[in-house]
Design a binder for this molecule. Structure first.
Ligand code: KG4
Ligand code: ZN
Length: 360
């Protein structure tokens, strides 16, 4: 099959990123460049992403980031087959900056434009890095989302369950804030947890063993409340609290994912070597990855967790998701608009993206 070369642009949250990827489905692809400019420092004083600061920062540095990505890949814009950019879901100001820049480049260089769903970028990363075949079971755990999906094609997703309140990464970020750990919270909590006693503080595991949402829904808000109450009681050992929190998250993810493995086997009984893919920023957590590896192997599933720098937001995953659509003969009109909300499962998409409960 032909090899395609795609430029990807990602600006939906607090990473300004551009990358050039080459290859063809099912992957793996070649990552010719992958520039990620993190705005962590700009948002750290606020303990979270400030949308106005994010979109201004994207606007200031995106051109330079794209130039660096092309330079490092040693390709000219003319050598690119298509330009892919995140068109949602995410912080709308940032998405507008990235998508508009992609449109301008596409028009100037007379190249096709591919509008990419950020979540599809996370979902398809395991094909870019490891060539995982369809269908696979996906646990998508990021700062804005926590869901289980069956993935049958680059645009074919079946939602099994999602969070009823917070996303997994959001729970990590809020826990870090409560414990006085630095932003972004996930890596800081993981580091503290590595030095703590997970049995020190008994914390709740919401929905564990319960059938809500066919046993594949998530809830983290009760855990957060329990942690806040714990902190309010007075002196708390930060490492032990982080370890106790992370252990609760692991139990929740393992229980829900276990149910989804059963459901996937029912839905796709002919899949010879079924695979669990874990994607999104929280998939960078080693303890979570280890627990899910044990689970998958005990159930005769393979497991793929992309390397940590491809789990967190990047543009290589956007370029690859664009490449998959381009290879399937799809491109988008220059008039396509940005979307703050955009679920992966078309069954949940009312067309406006804001008519039903979303998981963000
Ligand atoms: O996918 P991502 O980079 O951005 C979104 O699309 O949301 O995910 C960011 C989230 C943040 O909430 C961050 O705290 C979390 O992923 N995260 C982690 C780790 N690294 C990043 N959570 C737990 N452990 C980690 N090592
Ligand atoms: Zn993301």
């Amino acid at each position: 099959m032909d090899n395609f070369t795609v430029l990807g642009i990602e600006t939906s949250c607090d990473e300004t990123a551009a990358a050039v990827v080459r290859g063809s489905p099912p992957g793996p692809g070649e990552i010719l460049s992958n520039i990620v400019f993190s705005q962590n420092e700009a948002h750290a004083p606020y303990g979270g992403v400030v949308p106005e600061i994010a979109s201004r920062a994207h606007l200031e540095i995106l051109d330079g980031v794209i130039e660096s990505a092309l330079e490092q890949a040693k390709v000219a814009l003319g050598d690119i087959d298509a330009i892919a950019a995140t068109a949602g879901p995410g912080l709308i100001g940032g998405v507008i900056v990235g998508l508009t820049t992609a449109k301008a480049l596409a028009l100037a260089a007379n190249k096709p434009l591919i509008a990419v769903n950020h979540l599809a970028g996370h979902a398809l990363t395991a094909r870019l890095t490891d060539g995982v075949a369809f269908p696979f079971l996906l646990l998508l755990v990021s700062g804005g989302h926590c869901q289980l999906l069956a993935v049958e094609g680059p645009e074919k997703f079946w939602l099994y369950g999602s969070t009823m309140d917070d996303a997994a990464g959001e729970a990590f970020d809020k826990t870090a804030k409560l414990l006085g750990l630095p932003y972004p919270g996930g890596p800081a909590v993981e580091e503290a947890a590595a030095h703590g006693n997970a049995r020190r503080y008994p914390l709740p595991r919401p929905l564990l063993g319960r059938p809500q949402g066919s046993g594949m829904a998530f809830s983290f808000s009760g855990l957060k409340t329990a942690l806040r109450q714990l902190v309010q009681t007075g002196t708390v050992d930060v490492n032990d609290a982080a370890a106790s929190f992370q252990a609760a998250v692991i139990d929740i993810l393992r229980d829900r994912t276990g149910n989804a493995l059963s459901r996937f086997q029912q839905d796709f009984p002919d899949t010879a070597a079924p695979t669990l893919v874990v994607a999104g920023g929280v998939a960078a957590n080693f303890a979570i990855g280890s627990a899910l590896t044990v689970l998958a192997e005990s159930r005769n599933f393979g497991i793929q967790i992309p390397p940590p720098n491809y789990c967190t937001d990047n543009a290589a995953m956007i370029a690859w998701a664009g490449l998959e659509r381009f290879a399937a003969g799809v491109s988008d009109s220059i008039g396509i608009g940005p979307r703050a909300r955009w679920p992966l499962d078309p069954g949940l998409d009312g067309g406006h993206g804001d008519q039903r409960q979303d998981t963000a």
